[in-house]
Design a binder for this molecule. Structure first.
Ligand code: NDP
Ligand code: MG
Length: 389
């Protein structure tokens, strides 16, 4: 086993969330190989303090500046550096002292710190898919320029990444992203119109943060993942397909030019793709429950219901248009999901808000980074005006 000097130092941005806490579970079982260097949270200072006292990182960031004093006091007996506020995320992303950043912040807020880490040439374990949805061209171009490897954490993209190991000389014919279908698989608009927050949050196979749970229920998550896949694997829209696979055992597939298909399979457990990204290129031994064919009478696959789950069609439109369209789609969706979680709009209104915002905001074919930020702001304001928040 490697000694301490060779341990990978991990920065977890969004350590108090679903991905962040599972990443700490992974690190806890591989303390001989992995150690925590940075932890960040937005508001959950209590959990951040608890995590910091257990893992003793070099630095922590609490986004909510009003909680700075509490965190600082709680960690005063340690050497842990404490920072607060949005800017601090970029400051710690600029540190030399970590090897891998796990981007587990939710939403557009993940973009700036991720870009900072890319410019440092760090290894990016990318969970925050919104980063690539919004500004995939700039992120990928900078990753190439600064030699910053991007290892996907999203289970579908991790699956494809794993299928591509050893295939560098073999072009991809197409990829197939699997979708569980979410909690409302098979339901029609007359049912969805009355769906409430708590029901939509109950995903059948995965336990995730609130935003991605709603995105899974509306199928926006799969739309975002199509755009994420385009950038990660340098694909044309026509090379990206979606198939509904309710059991979530086949995590996605690649088809090569000889017609052969590779799939990556396993039980639905985010700890596996998180561990793969942190340990890459090694597969670290673990005792996670194993998939057993005998317990699954059948694995099934079906076409998505594009007519009911219109977010998928809107995402494909954004994927094909490129430019700032995906940024608009993402911003409007973040506002609409937030409003749905606050019981301000209905389930089907999420799609309506996204659609109207996409119609409204001017198209920019090749946006600069500043233009992405402007587009994000405009789209949020317009979406919010529709909701009258
Ligand atoms: P959660 O909502 O569970 O966690 C989000 C984390 O980000 C928390 O630590 C939160 O802090 C922090 N955070 C929230 N808002 C901000 C902000 N504005 N600035 C800085 N930090 C912030 O999300 P998930 O873990 O579910 O998802 C994280 C990312 O990973 C998302 O992009 C999601 O799409 C992606 N992903 C998640 C999967 C999953 O299984 N959960 C699967 C695949 C991808 P606090 O706790 O203090 O609010
Ligand atoms: Mg996914």
């Amino acid at each position: 086993m490697p000694d301490t000097a060779q341990k990978k130092r991990i920065a977890i941005f969004g350590s108090t969330g679903s991905i962040g806490t599972q990443a700490l579970d992974v690190i806890r079982t591989h303390t001989n190989l992995l150690e925590v260097e940075i932890l960040t949270a937005q508001t959950n200072y209590e959990l951040l303090i608890k995590q910091a006292l257990e893992f003793l990182p070099n630095a922590v960031v609490i986004g909510d500046e009003s909680k700075f004093d509490i965190v600082k006091d709680a960690l005063s007996t340690t050497d842990i550096k404490v920072f607060a506020g949005e800017k601090a995320l970029e400051e710690v992303a600029d540190f030399d002292t970590y090897d891998v950043i796990l981007t587990a912040i939710v939403g557009f807020a993940g973009l700036r710190p991720t870009l900072k880490a890319v410019k440092k040439g760090k290894v990016i374990a990318l969970a925050n898919k919104e980063t690539l949805v919004v500004a995939g061209d700039i992120v990928m171009q900078q990753a190439l320029q600064f030699r910053s490897p991007i290892i996907p954490v999203d289970s579908e993209h991790s699956a494809i990444f794993q299928c591509l190991v050893g295939e560098t000389r073999n072009p991809i014919e197409k990829i197939i992203l699997t979708a569980s279908g979410g909690p409302f698989l098979g339901k029609k608009p007359n049912f969805l119109v009355n769906v409430k927050r708590d029901h939509a949050l109950q995903h059948p196979n995965w336990s995730m943060g609130a935003k991605i749970s709603i995105d899974s229920a509306t199928l926006m998550n799969k739309g975002l993942e199509m755009i994420e896949a385009k950038w990660l694997f340098n694909l044309k829209p026509a090379q990206i397909e979606v198939i509904v696979h309710p059991q979530s055992i086949v995590h996605s597939l690649v088809q090569f030019e000889d017609g052969s298909m590779k799939a990556q399979m396993g039980l639905p457990d985010m700890k596996l793709p998180i561990q793969y990204a942190l340990g890459y290129p090694l597969r670290l031994k673990n005792d996670f429950p194993r998939f057993d064919f005998k317990k699954y009478a059948s694995l099934t696959f079906e076409e998505p219901d594009y007519k009911t789950f219109r977010n998928l069609g809107l995402s494909i439109e954004a994927l094909k248009a490129g430019g700032n369209k995906p940024c608009v789609l993402n911003a409007a969706n973040e506002i609409a999901v937030w409003a749905f979680l606050k019981n301000r709009i209905g389930f089907l209104d999420i799609t309506a808000v996204v659609e109207k915002t996409m119609e409204k905001i001017s198209f920019i074919e090749k946006p600069t980074l500043d233009e992405y930020f402007e587009t994000d702001g405009e789209a949020r304001n317009f979406a919010a005006s529709l909701i009258k928040m």
